[in-house]
Ligand binder design. Sequence first.
Ligand code: ADA
Length: 575
Amino acid sequence: MIRTFTQHVVRECILLDGHWDFVVDADNRGVQDEWFKHFPGQKRKMYVPGCWNNEIGLYDYEGVAWYRTTITLRASGHTKLLFHAVSGQADIYIDGVHVGAHYGGFTAFEVIIPELEAGAHSLVVRTDNTHNEQSLPLAHVDWYHYGGILRPVELQVLPDLYIDKLNIKYALTGNDAEVDISLRLRRLGGTGSNIPIMISLNDEIVHTAEEVWPVEQEYLKVHVRQDWRNLRLWELEDPALYTVRVVAGEDDYTDRIGFRTVEVKSKQILLNGKPLYIQGVNRHEEHPEWGFAFPPKLMDKDLDIIEELGCNSIRGSHYPQSAYWLDLLDERGIVFWSEIPLWQYHVPHMTDPLVRERAMHMLEEMVSYNFHHPSVLFWSVHNECDTNTAEGLEFTKLLTDRVRALDDSRLVTYATHQALDDRTLALFDVIGINKYYGWYDGDVEEFTRFMKEYHAYAESVGAGHIPVILAEFGGAGIYGDTGWEERRLFSEEYQADILTKALKIFREDPNIVGTYIWQFADIRSDARTFRDRARSFNNKGLVNEYRKPKLAYREVRRIYRQGQDGTPEIKRYTE
Ligand code: ADA
């Protein structure tokens, strides 16, 4: 599954899930046309979507690998290959011809092959998950760089004139919306000079027109303004969703939207005008058996566990996550923080033109691909970068300007570990602070002094009015390692103790509007750079990597859920 709803009824779509031929090319010989002959004994099958680093013999492999499958077309036609995510660098070949490339592991991309003949064709994907000082993310991270075709691949058959892009913006007044629908259509062939367009909202036709499209013009842009009244808003308790379907000539496209406002006022985050107190966790889209190719059914389970915990929000640490996941969040009324993997970039990285270009590109892809999800309230531009420097300030300004130009309907944020001398605070709508008192930085009680110092510092640099979220805090607890409350590092009790005390401090601070605990589940870390991670996992999960609850889960659930007359109730808004 790619989405929880059907996006195309008319356009033919074929999922390319299943076994593909697979071979590792550690020496980067790049002989894709005869690739399988050159690697005797190595050829094997790999399930797509999947990650090779969950497989025996490939647990630690980072580098080039080739995938191959056969696609068969019933009739000649234009073909679109939609890759929902391929780790690192991807190069796509059809019948040995290079037809497309993409950089960046967590965003979707497409390759269009016009006029492909009927019959069987070889589809080869070269992937390279090598990371270095210019990659996004860097080689040095506290998770694992799983390689492979991470998310589904889809083959779509396109007509001569097809819907290339749909973008819906709106301005809300009460329950009425002024809606701006932008369509971009593309011509791949044909001589037709007119195209009928029909738009429907929840199955009710709201617009029909015949657009003139000069034959020599490759693209046609269509703008439709509409007033939609008496809408149900997207609320956490009642996340109303609307389906917009466009039929243009012989093509169709469906997407879902939700109507809501988000803004910052008087140091609060307001969702539909009401203060929102964030109760959240950081979640990597990662599983020990699936790596980054997280299966849809387990997403449901993760959400059950997270809702049971009393959360109303999730931070998607530290990269753009699956469309399916965001669909579920839209449906369940859970607020999402989406970010790109600019994780711990220092001055030399932030001034590197290639890094900058890659970051901008991924930011643009993240925003454009996830634009319609009402659950996304925050775009986050980076995590723990050198924001206490002039270079950090300059780079951050580029990112925040860009993201606002792409989308001014959401809040722009980031996570800083330089809170007391950060130079970028004033660039943001909401400030995320990462701090690990009780684990790396001394006693957990020091949070009280730290937050006082932070508020004074923010005031002094003109950022005192900006709401603050504790975006990361916590400690490690190894699942099953319990004792007699002797506060032993890595025990379940020690971890629970840090979180309980930290949450008490944060929840009593009226200047803090929410918390994202580090982290939801234990994740595989990178043993090469993080030698102190027991089991080579980051063990700060409230549940272990197989989603078994630790003591900390139960303690946080007690705090996040508000008991009233013995009935647990999720606290969604500040009283
Ligand atoms: C950082 C980082 C997280 C994780 C955490 C930790 O704050 O952003 O990804 O590595 O530290 O566990 O130390």
